[in-house]
Design a protein around this ligand. Structure first.
Ligand SMILES: NC(=O)c1ccc[n+]([C@@H]2O[C@H](COP(=O)([O-])OP(=O)(O)OC[C@H]3O[C@@H](n4cnc5c(N)ncnc54)[C@H](OP(=O)(O)O)[C@@H]3O)[C@@H](O)[C@H]2O)c1
Length: 338
């Protein structure tokens, strides 16, 4: 749906205005509109990406629903959600002050196929726009053989998992339990952890058992209330660490061994116990790690990481995507295209 009051004559592709997914008030999926915004120009150290595909993530739903009401300076309505994008570079800015092009900008050039994770809480908004200005150090090349729609499902969640595993610093042979294992974070966590020699215990509904086993989980336990006890039945001393991608919170602490670790993906509302270290991974600290993202893209090209696209919709149908995602049961990411 088009935002009422869009600038008269504003048409995507006319060189001045572009389409974006936007909202001016917080609420349900119906607040999402197609809005027309000025095409941004890349500043020093930035490139402009013509976005082909952008994934819908839980954080977009939370943003739209009003979970982030205090905005940094310069972030004004209409808000543009989205953290994941893949597309083609169409303009390259100057190198950052005092740096040579090679040092500041890499060798990015118009026509390059790229992906990135970006923050929607920055002036200019998030990934769900036709053109997005991206810091050069946030970019990774999309490997040959990977389509842009599939590529858009990788950046934010794979960087999150990479950071979480690095923070946990487990050794091969140690046990990692994962809740929400069938989801995007959970799936990448199973695959990366298994590839690094960890023993993965994953939760799943009966319908998702084959999926998470296929991703590499050594043991699958039934998801939902009581999951901690079921993990303990597999590892009686407790898991060395647990990644709580289902945001189950304090009830899953008991799955972790004395002195082990719990990695939360949303703030953990509770107290630790038995010397367990509770940490929170925050992908916002890892958005400028294009090199790491390139390594993850390489793993996707090799098949170590699976890029799971649930469906592809035009960006104008963003509200439908949010409704479907909110209903639960979507496996793989819903991807919007421009
Ligand atoms: N801190 C960070 O930097 C960061 C970065 C990325 C993501 N996150 C957060 O990480 C979480 C997971 O993200 P995601 O993209 O992986 O989401 P997702 O793809 O929707 O996966 C979540 C999975 O958890 C399942 N689930 C829901 N409730 C459950 C329960 N009570 N027990 C077991 N499983 C349950 C879901 O199943 P159904 O579909 O059947 O409900 C789904 O399979 C979200 O809260 C997201 O905001 C945080």
């Amino acid at each position: 749906m088009t935002e009422p009051g869009s600038p008269a004559g504003g048409r995507a592709g006319d060189g001045t205005l572009m389409r974006a997914v936007g909202f001016t008030e917080f609420g349900g999926p119906d607040v999402l509109r197609t809005v027309f915004l000025p095409v941004p120009s890349p500043g020093p150290g930035q490139v402009r990406v013509r976005v082909a595909a952008t994934a819908v993530n839980p954080t977009d739903l939370a943003f739209r629903a009003g979970a982030h009401r205090s905005m940094p300076p310069g972030v004004e309505p209409p808000y543009v959600p989205g953290m994941d994008l893949a597309g083609i570079i169409d303009a390259v800015g100057d190198p950052p002050d005092g740096e040579t092009a090679a040092a500041g900008m890499g060798d990015w050039a118009p026509g390059d196929r790229v992906m990135a994770a970006v923050s929607p809480w920055a002036p200019g908004g998030g990934a769900q726009a036709e053109f997005v200005v991206v810091a050069a150090d946030a970019l990774a090349r999309v490997p040959e053989g990977i389509g842009l729609e599939a590529a858009a499902t990788l950046p934010m969640n794979a960087l999150t998992v990479r950071a979480a595993l690095d923070q946990l610093a487990l050794s091969p042979g140690q046990t990692l339990a994962i809740t929400g294992a069938a989801g995007a974070v959970g799936g990448y966590a199973i695959q990366l952890a298994s590839a690094e020699g960890l023993r993965v215990i994953a939760d799943a509904s009966p319908a998702d058992g084959d999926l998470v086993r296929g991703l590499g989980a050594r043991t699958v336990v039934a998801r939902g209330p009581g999951v901690a006890q079921r993990i303990r039945e597999v590892v009686p001393d407790g898991a060395d660490a647990l990644l709580d991608a289902a945001v189950m919170g304090p009830p899953v602490l008991s799955a972790v061994r004395d002195g082990g670790q719990l990695m939360a993906v949303r703030p953990f509302s509770g107290e630790s116990e038995r010397g367990i270290t509770v940490s929170l991974v925050l992908v916002f600290h890892h958005l400028h790690e294009g090199g790491r993202l390139a390594a993850l893209a390489g793993l996707a090209a090799k098949g170590t990481l699976s890029l799971r696209v649930a469906d592809v919709l035009p960006a104008a149908d963003a509200a439908d995507a949010h409704r479907r995602f909110e209903a639960g049961g979507v496996r793989g990411r819903l991807v919007l295209t421009f």
